[in-house]
Write a protein that binds this ligand. Structure first.
Ligand SMILES: Nc1ncnc2c1ncn2[C@@H]1O[C@H](COP(=O)(O)OP(=O)(O)O)[C@@H](O)[C@H]1O
Ligand code: SF4
Ligand SMILES: [Mg+2]
Length: 386
């Protein structure tokens, strides 16, 4: 059996996992050049491929064994709106427990929304079921966080990737599946001959490549990536991100790329949204968020991002947030961030700040004029502060 013949080979030899620093630098250089162009020309993004409107997911908290009654709700996602444009990467960032994975599951229809809409090409997919939902699902796929647990250890790589064709046989007829899976392995940089191997015979980075191949199998338009590199070594993270960028260009994919760390999404994102306790608190282009953040929470997150330049590192101000993230079952009134915000005032406890371009910045062309959910939004140079 081919599978047994291959077992003697070392599992890690299919892909060279040494960090590809040049590739990342090139990406950085390219995005800097693009940023300059972007400042000069207004960005025409066309129509959004996905429009999320007031999306809510409350998980009921129940008490009692025989007669369960609801005593509250975990407000995991509590009224989130954003757009995803064709061919772009929208990064979504926030601390663990702020609702990122729940957003991902809602977009994939793996969880039903408590309220709100998700429009895919203008159609509200939260109301779909049966065949109509299945047809949409083909176009929206997911890459999961942990390549160690998201691949069934008892299935071969060929069966893991080929499984998707059982649900959508129209994409690859039975006789053509093996060839199609081998093609996908090749596309993600794995040796097509490894089709009969099991997940444990691959390294972490290679396993995530298998997860990406599975996500690509149905030729989707959108891929929701839930912390796809968080479980990987730093050196391998750069390679997987480079691969995802390459695939995006090749297959004209739109990505929602979730991470808990602002530094990871910077390389890949065109725009970034920052979440806190079930809310989106700031959203903008990567330049607006990284160089001109106006929400205190984003500023605090950015102040913790490692800075390679020693001079900038010395001059910058590190913002340490006091207290823990409050429970999403009982979030603070008004602004949810107020219990940890150094700028909080009375108004913050009584009025919910809406995610919008602050009134006083509205008529400026400045990059501070982007959406921020803070009554007192203002710029603070956390990285270059002297
Ligand atoms: N199925 C569920 N039932 C109850 N609570 C849940 C469920 N899934 C997630 N939560 C809660 O919702 C909140 C957000 O979780 P999650 O979306 O996983 O956050 P993140 O991905 O940002 O870490 C957390 O408080 C989590 O405990
Ligand atoms: S609204 Fe108030 S508490 Fe909330 S982030 Fe702004 S200043 Fe801080
Ligand atoms: Mg998560």
């Amino acid at each position: 059996m081919a599978e047994l013949d291959k077992k003697d080979e070392p599992a890690r030899n299919a892909v060279d996992e040494t960090p590809n620093v040049t590739a990342v630098n090139t990406v950085e250089a390219r995005s800097e050049a693009e940023a300059v162009v972007a400042l000069d020309a207004p960005v025409d993004r066309g129509e959004p491929i996905l429009q999320v409107r007031n999306l809510v997911k409350h998980f009921p908290l129940t008490q009692g064994i025989l007669f369960k009654r609801q005593v509250g709700a975990v407000k995991a996602v509590d009224g989130i709106s954003f757009d995803l444009y064709q061919g772009e990467t929208l990064g979504i960032v926030g601390e663990s427990g702020c609702g990122k994975s729940t957003v991902a599951k809602l977009l994939m229809m793996l969880e039903r929304a408590t309220a709100g809409e998700v429009f895919y090409k203008g159609q509200d997919i939260t109301k779909l079921s049966g065949r109509a939902l299945k047809a949409v699902r083909r176009n929206i796929q997911m890459v999961f966080q942990d390549p160690y647990t998201s691949l069934n250890p008892r299935m071969t790589v060929g069966d893991i990737i080929g499984e998707t064709f059982e649900i959508h046989p129209e994409v690859a007829p039975k006789g053509d599946r093996r060839r199609k899976v081998q093609e996908l392995l090749d596309v993600v940089g794995l040796n097509p001959e490894y089709i009969n191997r099991y997940p444990h015979q691959f390294s972490g980075g290679q396993r995530q490549r298998i997860g990406i191949a599975r996500g690509l199998a149905l030729n989707p338009e959108i891929i929701i990536c839930d912390e796809p590199v968080s479980a990987l070594d730093v050196s391998v993270q750069a390679q997987v991100i480079n691969l995802m960028e390459k695939l995006q260009d090749e297959f004209d994919l739109s990505y929602v790329f979730i991470a808990h760390d602002l530094s990871i999404v910077r390389h890949i994102s065109d725009r970034v949204g920052v979440m806190y306790l079930g809310k989106m608190v700031e959203i903008g282009s990567d330049e607006e968020i990284y160089d001109h953040p106006t929400h205190p929470y984003t500023q605090a997150l950015l102040s913790a991002v490692p800075v390679p330049d020693p001079e900038a590192r010395e001059g910058r101000e590190r913002i340490i947030l006091s207290g823990d993230v409050p429970s999403p079952a009982n979030p603070p009134s008004g602004c949810r961030f107020r219990t940890r915000c150094w700028k909080a005032q009375d108004k913050c406890a009584t009025e919910v700040p809406l995610l919008a371009v602050p009134e006083r910045f509205k008529d400026t062309d400045s990059p501070v004029a982007h959406e921020s959910a803070c009554h007192f939004a203002e710029e603070k140079d956390v990285v270059h502060a002297a």
